[in-house]
Design a protein around this ligand. Sequence first.
Ligand SMILES: [Zn+2]
Length: 246
Amino acid sequence: MGVAGVIFLLLALLGFFLAWKRTTRGDEAIAVARYTDSAVWGEDELVYHKKRNDRMEIALTFDDGPHPYYTPIILDILDEYGVSATFFTVGENIEYYPKTAERLLESGHEVENHTFSHARIGNMCYGDIMSEIERCEDAVSAVSERKTKFLRPPQGQMSETVKEVIKNLDYRVVLWDVDTRDWAHTSPEDIRDNVLSVVTAGDIILMHDFIGHDSPTPDALRLLIPELIERGYKFVTVSELIDGNP
Ligand SMILES: [Zn+2]
């Protein structure tokens, strides 16, 4: 093979690599890029990825907690900057970590429903889905006497049955349109840069207060929050973003 042959082969390999990279990134980037409306699934405004507004409001959301180590650290950081957020809690974790749950529920941040056992509800039957949501609601009520009203299905899994259950329970679904990918141990600097490159008013930003070890989330928040404040963004809870009241 001559020099031209080698160059051709390298270019072909590069082409394949770029095409592959685009495909995988495309799949991962769905949450950032795909949703442009304030709600999907028609007229009933049942499922939110964002809620546009002209008040520079955005919502930080934290899934999977409470976590005995990371949740308090995140609460301290939010306090430090005086910003509000929403926690989509797992009922089981409220029961495992009652002290952390109490602090979270007394913090004034919004606490919502991420099912009882972090269940993959996309393939579950009506009764099982309802039980997952209600058992999480019961765990929250046991600590605080407040009820949850927004569901974030684990992994964003939806189905017609999920939709039916949330309608009957008078819930709405809150997904996200900016995924920080903190769950994949993205570096704090990359999380900051990625969010800042896509963020607009009305965004619902996905983060996690329960990541097994070496969570990048606290450091990412310290980098991100001051930048967002400087750009004029206001941090509101999911209820404030969607319904205009806490
Ligand atoms: Zn989750």
